[in-house]
Design a protein around this ligand. Structure first.
Ligand code: AMP
Length: 565
């Protein structure tokens, strides 16, 4: 396809605002693209390379301005291009405003491969693709000059309309309203294949060009045959904010995991081949994270794609804040030195592929079992899951108390809180659906007086565990709930020491306390309830901390509780 034809079609799309019409234009474009279909399917989205490919053109706007200036004539400098950009606000308009063609020079003979005289020399989509691929590959000394030359060679052969879309393409500013959904629908319409099958193939391959071509040449069975490939990243499944209340209402049981405060990673490991690590945006970060590569080499003995988080840790292995991971994550130089300052460790929570089998459509619980067996490979196959290095534990429960305990443990261990996951759900790449929920932070917290407690059981028999909470109502204290915390032993010991002197009465495991200590607690909801003397109950209360600075007289009141409800 000639690049001029492509540019005309794209201009028509650019002028259209109705979604259905846009899909129809893209469909027609695909039908007419012939051998260039894979390239056209990417270009129309403003992509030069497939989404899974980390290759970039690696050119800044200045390189583009310089190439445009050179193609525009001897009297034009990159500064003029920038000035016009400031006036017009959009690089496509600027590029279209010059009269290109006929400029001689090195680039005119090297770029694009045509006869390069600028007139009557039709640029093709294929030539643009080849030249941009060559440009991306230019490396080392003189590579920036080479890039300008190549780009100049292209602009020099462009009409005004071609220049508009070439400039937008190379600066990733296509902006013609063609998103991923448009391309999916256009492929489905053009080649008469069901949208959901196109969608699946796109999710698995992250390659719009390949999917368009397979849909056209091989139909549905071809699409269904597209599988995950080691070394090709998949879009990460994303989470919504949500509450325990909703999770337990919608699912029989909730899958509960710790939420690690790090950076998302996707590990592709082939024991006989390569190990590659990708970011949440599918950018390759392998070289920045040698610990992850070493972990894979030591632990994994089958080909896998794992989803997880890389966390910065201190010398004791305790997690450090997210900012510390960032010091490591995209680092290109001095990685060994950076590693001495901050080390990282991976924690995996999902398994997308193992031993030749794609697992995206398998339920979470089965994927997690597979994950566990993959990570527990080697001599210790029968390990306790809690001992399996690099495994994020998944608890299944419908018991709110247990969820609170997991949440409290996660916070006490220095993590962010919990994730709630639908145990039956598939892995949906790129989706921010309801099947994964990060627990919403507390909207508000209450300062409650601790008026009772229970001695723990077994190993925790010498610690006070479940704490009764009350609010003030005039001179009285009225109960509103209990926090059953899964706080660490150290924390329980500290709280027991704090409360022990205030024990007023004991009966069995139950302890009555004089009002002395104030806890700050978060909650999801305040409900009217006959269970407690205040007439209200805190739904999913969680322990935030002790208000050492507050006396019981300063705790929150029943009136505030009513207002918050
Ligand atoms: P947010 O970045 O706040 O939208 O939260 C979602 C992110 O939490 C994910 O993209 C992961 O990077 C991270 N995360 C940490 N722990 C987990 C986990 N157990 N399961 C899923 N995502 C997790």
């Amino acid at each position: 396809m000639e690049f001029a034809t492509f540019a005309d079609r794209v201009a028509a799309i650019d002028a259209e605002s109705a979604d259905l019409e846009i899909v129809a234009h893209v469909r027609d474009l695909f039908e007419d693209a012939g051998d260039d279909l894979p390239v056209v399917a990417r270009f129309v989205q403003g992509r030069v390379f497939p989404a899974w490919d980390s290759t970039t053109l690696d050119i800044g706007p200045n390189t583009c301005y310089e190439a445009i200036a050179r193609a525009a004539g001897t009297n034009v400098a990159a500064d003029d291009v920038e000035e016009r950009l400031a006036e017009r606000g959009e690089i496509g308009d600027v590029a279209a405003s010059y009269d290109f063609g006929g400029q001689q020079g090195l680039g005119a003979f090297t770029g694009g491969g045509g006869d390069s005289t600028g007139s009557g020399d039709d640029l093709t989509v294929r030539e643009v693709d080849d030249t941009l691929t060559e440009l991306a590959a230019a490396e080392g000394a003189g590579s920036q000059d080479r890039k300008v030359d190549l780009l100049f060679g292209l602009f020099n052969r462009c009409s005004s309309s071609e220049a508009r879309y070439l400039a937008r393409l190379v600066l990733s500013e296509m902006r013609i309203g063609v998103g991923e959904g448009t391309v999916r629908d256009a492929i489905a319409e053009a080649f008469e294949v069901p949208e959901d099958r196109v969608e699946r193939a796109l999710q698995v391959s992250n390659d719009y060009g390949q999917v368009a071509q397979v849909a056209r040449d091989e139909g549905v069975s071809g699409l269904d045959g597209i599988e995950l490939e080691l070394g090709r990243p998949v879009q990460a499944m994303l989470a919504q904010a949500g509450t325990v209340t909703d999770a337990l209402e919608e699912w029989d049981e909730a899958g509960v995991e710790w939420k690690y405060d790090g950076a998302r990673i996707q590990l592709h490991h082939d024991p006989g081949g390569q190990t590659r690590v990708f970011s949440r945006n599918m950018e390759e970060v392998t070289d920045a994270l040698p610990e992850v590569v070493e972990f894979a080499a030591e632990t994994l003995d089958e080909p896998v794609i794992l989803d997880g988080e890389v966390v910065a840790i201190d010398e004791d292995g305790s997690p450090l804040p997210f900012q510390e991971v960032l010091k490591r994550f995209r680092r290109k130089h001095d990685v060994a030195k950076a590693r001495e300052d901050v080390s990282v460790r991976p924690v995996f929570f999902d398994c997308l592929h193992a031993g030749g089998e794609d697992l995206l459509e398998v339920p979470l619980t089965s994927r997690h079992e597979r994950l566990e067996s993959v990570l527990a490979a080697g001599p210790d196959r029968d390990q306790d899951p809690a001992e399996v290095d690099g495994l994020s534990l998944l608890w299944l429960t419908d018991d709110p108390g247990e969820i609170e305990a997991i949440d409290a443990d996660a916070l006490a261990a220095g993590h962010e809180g919990i994730m709630l996951k639908n145990p039956d759900s598939a892995y949906s790449p790129g989706r921010r659906g309801k099947n994964w929920r990060k627990r919403k932070p507390d909207v508000d917290t209450l300062d409650c007086v601790v008026t009772g407690a229970e001695w723990g059981e077994g190993r925790r028999a010498t610690f006070l565990g479940t704490f009764e909470l009350s609010v003030r109502d005039g001179d009285e204290l009225e109960t509103v709930g209990k926090v059953a915390t899964g706080i660490t032993d150290e924390k329980l010991e500290e709280l027991t020491e704090l409360l022990d002197p205030h024990i007023a009465a004991e009966e069995g495991q139950n302890v009555e306390l004089e009002p002395a200590v104030v806890f700050e607690v978060g909650y999801e909801e305040i409900q009217a309830s006959p269970t407690y003397s205040s007439g209200y109950a805190l739904r999913f209360p969680r322990f935030v901390g002790v208000r050492y600075d507050k006396d019981p007289e300063e705790a929150d009141t029943l009136e505030r509780l009513r207002n918050l409800q």
